[in-house]
Design a protein around this ligand. Structure first.
Ligand code: CAA
Length: 380
C-alpha cells in the first residue's frame, strides 16, 4: 500500500495551495461579509484549467485524475469554501455527468465552454418538497414533437444565480417513480425558464443558491442527457462521485480550523502560560488532528477507487459522512479553543464553523449517507 501522491498530484497540491494563499485567503472574509460570488477568482481558476479538471483534453479540459481533483478541492477549501463550492459544482455536478453520459454532440457543444469557465453550470435535482427522497420530484417533462415541455420548480440550486447551463431532472413517466425520471440540459435563456431569488444562508456566503421555475419551458429533444427514463441513475452516479469532493471540502475546512487552533493556542496566554501548554488543549488538538487525518485517508481512498475503476459507492458515502461530521466537530473545538474571540467575525474560525455545517447537508445529508452505507453493507 502506497500512501504517497504521485509527482503530478503533488504538483496539483502545491499549485492549488499557492493559488489559495495568494488569491483566496485575502478575499475570503470580504466575500463572506458581502455575500459576493468571486467571479474574478473563478476566471483565474479557469485560466489554470481548474474548471475542467477531469474533462478530457479533447473537450477542453486538463484530463487530471480524480485524486488530483480531490487534492485541489481540499486545498481551495482550506482558504475559501465558497470558491471551492462553485469549483465543485462545475467539476462534479456539471462536467462529470456530461463526460459520463453525454453523446458526442453534447460533449462538443457544452464541455469546452464549461471547462474553460466561459460558461457556468448547475445541477437541479432538489425541489421544494423533495430533497432526500429525490424520486419524489414533481417537475414533469412531456414529449411534444421535437421538444420536451417542462413544468415545475427546483429549490436550493447552487450556482443558479450565474449558471448558464442547468442539468434538470424531471418526470417523463410519472407512474414509474425513479424509473420515470430523465435528465435535460437546459440553457438559461430558454423561454419558460426563470431563476428565482437568492437564498440568505448560514454560511458559504460567497455562493449563489436559488429556486428555479419552469412554465411550459420548451427544451429541444437533443438536450436529453443519457437515456429516456434513466435520469435517476445519472443523478445517483453523479452524486456518488460528487460526494467525494464534498468530503474533500470538509477535510479542507477541518484542516483550516485545526491550523487556526494550533496557531492561536501558541499565542494566547491564560493563568500566566500559553494555553498550548495545558493538557486540556493538547488533548483537544490531538483528537482534532487524528480525525482530520482519518477523514483525509477515507476521502483519498474513495477517489483512488474511482480512478482505479473499482466500486466506490460505499467508500464515497463513508468519506462524506465521516469528513462532514468531523468538520463540524473540529470547527466547534477550534472555536472553543479561541474562547470569546472565536465567536466574533474578526476570527477566521467563526466562518469555518458556519461553512462546515453545509457539508452535512448538500449532496445528500449524513442520514442519507448512512442509508447508502447500510444498503451496500446488507445487500447480497
Ligand atoms: N449509485 C448508483 N446507483 C444508485 C445509487 C447510487 N448511490 N442509489 C440508487 N441507485 C440506483 C439503484 O441501483 C436503482 O437502479 P435500477 O433502476 O437500475 O434498479 C435506482 O437507482 C433506484 O434506486 P432506489 O430504489 O434505491 O432509489 P430510492 O428512490 O430508494 O433512492 C436514495 C435512493 C439513496 C435515498 C436517493 O434518493 C438519494 O441519494 N437521495 C439523496 C439525494 C441527494 O443527495 N440530494 C442532493 C441534491 S444535489 C445537491 O445538493 C447539489 C447542490 O446544488 C448543492
Amino acid at each position: 500500500m502506497d500512501f504517497t501522491l504521485t509527482p503530478e498530484q503533488e504538483l496539483f497540491r502545491k499549485s492549488a495551495r499557492e493559488f489559495a494563499l495568494k488569491e483566496l485567503e485575502p478575499i475570503a472574509t470580504e466575500l463572506d461579509r458581502e455575500h459576493r460570488v468571486p467571479f474574478e477568482t473563478l476566471k483565474k481558476l479557469a485560466e489554470l484549467g481548474y474548471l475542467g479538471m477531469t474533462v478530457p483534453e479533447e473537450y477542453g479540459g486538463i484530463g487530471a485524475d480524480m485524486l488530483s481533483y480531490i487534492v485541489v478541492m481540499e486545498e481551495l477549501s482550506r482558504s475559501c469554501a465558497s470558491t471551492s463550492t462553485a469549483f465543485s459544482v462545475q467539476n462534479s455536478l456539471c462536467n462529470t455527468p456530461l463526460v459520463e453520459f453525454g453523446n458526442e454532440a453534447q460533449k462538443r457543444k457544452y464541455l469546452p465552454d464549461l471547462a474553460t469557465g466561459k460558461r457556468f453550470g448547475a445541477f437541479a435535482l432538489t425541489e421544494p418538497e423533495s430533497g432526500s427522497d429525490a424520486a419524489g420530484m414533481k417537475t414533469t417533462a412531456v414529449a411534444k414533437g421535437d421538444y420536451f415541455i417542462l413544468n415545475g420548480s427546483k429549490r436550493f440550486i447552487t450556482s443558479a444565480g450565474f449558471a448558464d447551463i442547468f442539468l434538470v431532472f424531471a418526470l417523463t413517466d410519472p407512474a414509474a417513480g425513479n424509473r420515470g425520471v430523465s435528465c435535460f440540459i437546459v440553457e438559461r435563456n430558454t423561454p419558460g425558464f426563470t431563476v428565482g431569488k437568492e437564498e440568505d444562508k448560514l454560511g458559504i456566503h460567497g455562493t449563489s443558491t436559488c429556486e428555479l421555475f419552469f412554465e411550459d419551458c420548451r427544451v429541444p429533444r437533443e438536450n436529453l442527457l443519457g437515456e429516456l427514463n434513466r435520469g435517476f441513475k445519472v443523478a445517483m452516479i453523479t452524486l456518488d462521485s460528487g460526494r467525494i469532493a464534498i468530503a474533500a471540502q470538509a477535510v479542507g475546512i477541518a484542516q483550516a480550523a485545526l491550523d487556526e487552533a494550533v496557531k492561536y493556542s501558541k499565542e494566547r496566554k491564560a493563568f500566566g502560560r500559553l494555553i498550548s501548554e495545558f493538557q486540556a488543549i493538547q488533548f483537544m488538538l490531538a483528537d482534532m488532528k487524528a480525525k482530520v487525518e482519518a477523514a483525509r485517508l477515507l476521502t483519498y481512498k474513495a477517489a483512488w477507487k474511482k480512478d482505479h475503476k473499482l466500486d466506490y459507492i460505499m467508500d464515497s458515502s463513508i468519506a462524506k459522512l465521516f469528513a462532514a461530521e468531523i468538520a463540524s466537530e473540529v470547527a466547534d473545538k477550534a472555536l472553543q479553543i479561541h474562547g470569546g474571540y472565536g465567536y466574533i467575525r474578526d476570527y477566521k474560525v467563526e466562518r469555518l464553523y458556519r461553512d462546515a455545517r453545509i457539508t452535512r447537508i448538500y449532496e445528500g445529508t449524513s442520514e442519507i449517507q448512512k442509508l447508502i452505507i447500510a444498503r451496500e453493507l446488507l445487500k447480497e
